[in-house]
Design a protein around this ligand. Structure first.
Ligand code: 5AD
Ligand code: SF4
Length: 469
């Protein structure tokens, strides 16, 4: 099949991505949808004929941030117009989905507002916006993924050796603090064949590591050709058959969907990296119940123990919320406690932020801001200590590192360990694209430092099994 021509006098698009990895993936899909229509990505906003803000609604004053960015954009657009150029403006993502009408009302300079289910229609929306503002925040029947064009090979290559692949969207869990079930809708999984095809295409273009994405990725239940529902574990086994795919990760997971098959996959598949992002949010059963997390502290800890018995070197990551309504000092102390017990290698932590329309917003006993600030500081200091301890525990070990890029200085390269740590080392550019054994010799601030292991002289470029004995 011939590829659509890119017009020589091509136009430029600047896409600004806020929030999670799923938005990063979506921004690339928007760029892919626009490419056949002559739009090339630019990193210079002021040079863009089209600017898209791909927004996030998960926490804090998200929409205010969008409106203030729009204010700045208006100035840029007026300058471009004065110089005889156009600048069209689109707002996409979860703020668009949640507050589309409001954006249209408050920001007349916005040409298009469209939600995450409308990205495949972006070229048509752009066309329609020539006649006036357009808004598209429907959840259509059709599957956007079958309508989104694939990236050209060279575009994929340029994006790097690691790639995201969205396999599932939406969430049916309804945690009482979370806006996702409202903005992204009910859980939908992409069919197995579609995911495998996209993965093969990525690997053919040179991608070595794929991270499967979903708001609730381990609830994946795509259909196979026979109409049978396939879980995330089976998807991983099928992906492991792809020649040239060397590493696999997935995020984000809910503890309730961590089934036995997936735990076994962690034992059986060496390409499945020993790193798991499994948020617990709080260590207090009372708060977990109020959050509607549908599991207790002990159930979570037992689950972690089972996963670790399948994969002893697993590095655990998590998310935490402090200051959920009704959280007492004692509840918070239990969160600190679970951080120690579950032994996190890394974690993200947030102050509870009231999301309009969620059950949490209606709860009494909202925690004062200064208490949230103080608890967050204590939690982050503990989490920082744990991450440093985990990084330090890697010194003296030899880890397989995927070399991804040149380092800051000549003669240096950078990559990722199986545990998603950034690794810096001396090494030749020719190593880029290989997984090589690296002796970890030191820790940096947010990274670890290594040197090419002597083993690699016999082993250079080959895949090193990432299991530790
Ligand atoms: N307030 C604070 N943090 C939140 N998260 C989700 N909703 C909220 C909220 N209302 C956090 C959770 C989730 C992560 C993606 O964002 O920890 O796991
Ligand atoms: Fe939000 Fe909970 Fe669903 Fe995660 S599992 S997206 S926190 S509702």
């Amino acid at each position: 099949m011939s590829e659509p021509d890119t017009k020589p006098n091509s136009r430029k698009v600047f896409i600004k991505t806020y929030g999670c990895q799923m938005n990063v993936y979506d921004s690339d899909r928007m760029a892919d949808a626009l490419a056949p229509h002559g739009y090339e990505p630019t990193t210079q906003m002021e040079q863009a004929d089209l600017v898209v803000l791909n927004t996030c609604h998960i926490r804090e004053k998200a929409s205010e941030k969008v409106f203030s960015e729009l204010g700045r954009l208006k100035v840029l657009r007026d300058e471009r117009r004065a110089a005889g150029h156009e600048m069209r403006i689109g707002v996409a993502g979860c703020v668009a989905q949640a507050e589309g009408e409001e954006i249209i009302k408050r920001a007349p300079m916005v040409d298009m507002v469209f939600g995450p289910q409308a990205y495949h229609r972006l070229p048509q929306l752009l066309e329609a916006s020539m006649k006036g503002q357009v808004i598209d925040t429907d959840f259509p029947e059709e599957d956007k993924f079958t309508h989104l064009p694939a990236a050209r090979r060279e575009v994929t290559l340029k994006r790097g050796l690691t790639a995201f692949l969205t396999v599932q969207e939406g969430c049916d869990k309804f945690c009482s603090f979370c806006v996702v079930p409202y903005t992204r809708g009910a859980e939908v999984s992409r069919p197995l064949a579609q995911v495998l095809e996209e993965a093969r295409r990525l690997v053919d273009a040179g991608v070595k590591e794929i991270t499967l994405l979903g708001q609730n990725v381990n609830a994946y239940h795509g259909l196979d050709a026979a109409g049978r529902s396939v879980g995330l574990a089976e998807l991983c086994y099928r992906l492991a058959e792809i020649d040239g795919l060397e590493r696999l990760r997935y995020t984000t997971s809910h503890p309730r969907d961590m089934d036995d098959a997936l735990i076994e996959a962690h034992r059986d598949l060496s390409l499945l990296m020993p790193y798991l992002h499994l948020p617990v949010q709080s260590g207090s059963d009372r708060i977990l119940k109020a959050m509607n997390r549908k599991h207790t502290r002990d159930e979570y800890l037992e689950l972690i123990a089972r996963i670790r018995s399948a994969r002893p070197d697993l590095a655990l990551s998590g998310d935490f919320i402090v200051g959920f309504p009704g959280e007492t000092e004692d509840d918070f102390a239990q969160t600190l406690e679970i951080v120690r017990e579950a032994d996190y290698a890394s974690a993200f932590s947030f102050k509870y932020s009231t999301r309009p329309g969620t059950p949490g917003a209606a709860l009494e006993n909202q925690v004062p801001e200064e208490v949230k600030v103080e608890r967050l500081a204590r939690l982050q200091s503990l989490l920082g200590e744990r991450t440093s301890a985990f990084n330090a525990s890697c010194v003296g070990r030899t880890l397989p590192v995927l070399i991804e890029r040149k380092g800051r200085n000549p003669g240096q390269v950078g990559g990722r360990s199986p545990y998603l740590q950034a690794v810096h080392m001396d090494g030749d550019e020719s190593l880029i694209g290989s997984i090589v054994p690296v002796d970890i010799i030191d820790v940096g601030k947010n990274s670890i430092v290594g040197k090419l292991s002597r083993d690699s002289e016999h082993n250079s470029g080959s895949l090193v099994d990432s299991h530790v004995a």
